[in-house]
Design a protein around this ligand. Structure first.
Ligand code: KIV
Ligand code: ZN
Length: 393
């Protein structure tokens, strides 16, 4: 807890983590995974400690059906779900794929915004509710857990959204997931929408309320936070924030946000945060897509210090510039990177780490040569430092 922060009284409330890396993430361009890769990733997600793992969209292809089946058979520590549109064929495919899971859940999606109802489905509002109710009731006849996602809820009429949610709860949905499918909402709007749904339905305790945000305006994590602050207790997210278009809420961001600011928020997850970086790296290896260096939590620069002022501060006390410990996300340590913006303190520190103790005279010469070298490249490596020191004699 930082100075001046006011702690929330009582023990933290649990937020459940629903990972959709292998469904919403995997369906985006460049992130396709074959069955073996999906299974390898699922094993790592189980190690990470996610509560619900969305394995795929079984009706989409025989390969994805099989991947979902393999995951449902092997992964025992997470609830396993897969996606269906609100039609029997999809629901049957999901159920055949995941029925052997320890804790299966059928996930149904059907639009709720007028834009989608009119321009995509060509139906009326009441026809959509009827279709959703039939799908939920049918899915419940197969499986004890059914999640209903009213697609594009972020742009829907809130009154109609509440009516829809109420109907799906009556039909037997055990989880209601509110998606900001197009990443359109402001955090204040999204938080208010969740609060409105929770206030508007009779007996909201009948179901788990979840949020699912997209990052089109860079607000997915902020909107997810607004959702849990308004009372949602499940968050849908993906490793490295991959997903449709600009991606989904990044799992590592939400998990560390709830952990680092637990004293203020009073919320916690069951994720083993030391598995965050290994999970991110595995996904990059399997997909061949690296994360941007400045990505929060898992980017190569997330715990790197390069400028003289920051390096001096962090070498005096990590608290000066680090709000979380690299060890907590699965890194060995922070990185003191030597560049033309570095300072003497960091230069001396890196030399010492390489076992190079120089007299003050030799240090001054080395520093001078270092600056000239650093101006010619992005970063000065350890081997270049060793060579530079050896030339001074
Ligand atoms: O973005 C979305 O609306 C979805 C649903 C299936 C939850 O991915
Ligand atoms: Zn989505």
């Amino acid at each position: 807890m930082n100075e001046g922060e006011v702690a929330v009284a009582g023990s933290p409330d649990r937020v459940f983590v629903f990972d959709t890396t292998l469904r919403d993430g995997e369906q985006s361009p460049g992130f396709g995974l074959n069955q073996e890769a999906k299974l390898e990733m699922a094993r790592q997600l189980e190690r990470l400690g996610v509560d619900v793992l969305e394995a795929g969209f079984p009706i989409s292809s025989p390969g994805d059906f099989e991947a979902c089946r393999l995951i449902a058979r092997e992964i025992r520590e997470c609830s396993i779900t897969a996606l269906a549109r609100a039609v029997r064929e999809d629901i049957d495919a999901v159920w055949s794929a995941i029925r052997e899971a320890e804790d299966p859940q059928i996930h149904i999606v059907l639009s709720v915004s007028d834009i989608h109802i009119q321009r995509k489905l060509g139906l009326t509002r009441s026809e959509v509710i009827r279709r959703g109710v039939e799908a939920v009731a049918y899915a419940r006849s197969l499986c004890n857990k059914v999640e209903y996602s009213p697609e594009d809820a972020g742009r829907a009429d809130p009154d109609y959204l509440v009516e829809t949610v109420e109907a799906m709860l009556d039909a037997g949905a055990t989880c209601i997931n509110i998606p900001d499918t197009t990443g359109y909402c402001l955090p204040s709007e999204f938080g208010a929408l969740i609060a409105r749904v929770l206030r508007g339905v009779r007996h909201p305790e009948r179901a788990v309320f979840s949020v699912h945000c997209h990052d089109d305006l860079g607000l997915a994590t902020a909107n997810t936070l607004a959702g849990v602050m308004a009372g949602a207790r499940r968050v849908e997210c993906t490793v490295n924030g991959i997903g449709e278009r600009a991606g989904n809420t990044s799992l590592e961001e939400v998990v560390m946000l709830l952990r680092v600011r637990q004293a203020s928020l009073g919320l916690e997850t069951a994720v083993d945060t030391t598995q965050l970086v290994p999970t991110s790296r595995l996904l990059s290896r399997l997909t061949g897509v690296a994360v941007q260096p400045n990505k929060a939590i898992v980017g190569a620069n997330a715990f790197a210090h390069a400028s003289g002022i920051h390096q001096d501060g962090v070498l005096k006390d990590r608290l000066n510039y680090e709000i979380m410990r690299p060890e907590d996300v699965g890194l060995d340590s922070n990185r003191i990177v030597l560049t033309a913006r570095s300072g003497r303190h960091a230069f001396r520190y890196r030399l010492a780490a390489l076992g190079l103790e120089l007299s003050e005279d030799r240090f001054a010469v080395a520093w001078d040569r270092f600056l000239r070298l650093a101006d010619t490249r992005a970063e000065v490596s350890d081997s270049e430092l060793m060579e530079l020191a050896s030339q001074i004699g």
